[in-house]
Write a protein that binds this ligand. Sequence first.
Ligand code: SF4
Length: 107
Amino acid sequence: MASGSSGSSNSISTSSASGSDAEQELIEKNWQDEANCLGVDPDLFFPERGASTREAKEVCRGCVVRLECLEYALTNGEKFGIWGGLSERERRRLRRQRALAARKVTA
Ligand code: SF4
């Protein structure tokens, strides 16, 4: 879910950035500038429990920064909302699959 000019509720703070944090935030801002959800109602991406996620996922389907968005959510442990076209449950499943795969590589 992108922030920036959409004014969404999960915006990334830039007020206390310094050094590498600032660089990381610049990278994050760049992908957010390309987000398909800029200007889309943020509530769509944070549906009530049990509500449909279909519309949000439709917006994500055509998003050119979908992978960046998903990785941002996974890296930052975003627990709520649709990020990179995946719900919380789908991201948890992906995290588990990655953890299992990483264990197999190191074993
Ligand atoms: S993948 Fe979806 S939530 Fe993420 S930036 Fe694109 S449209 Fe927004």
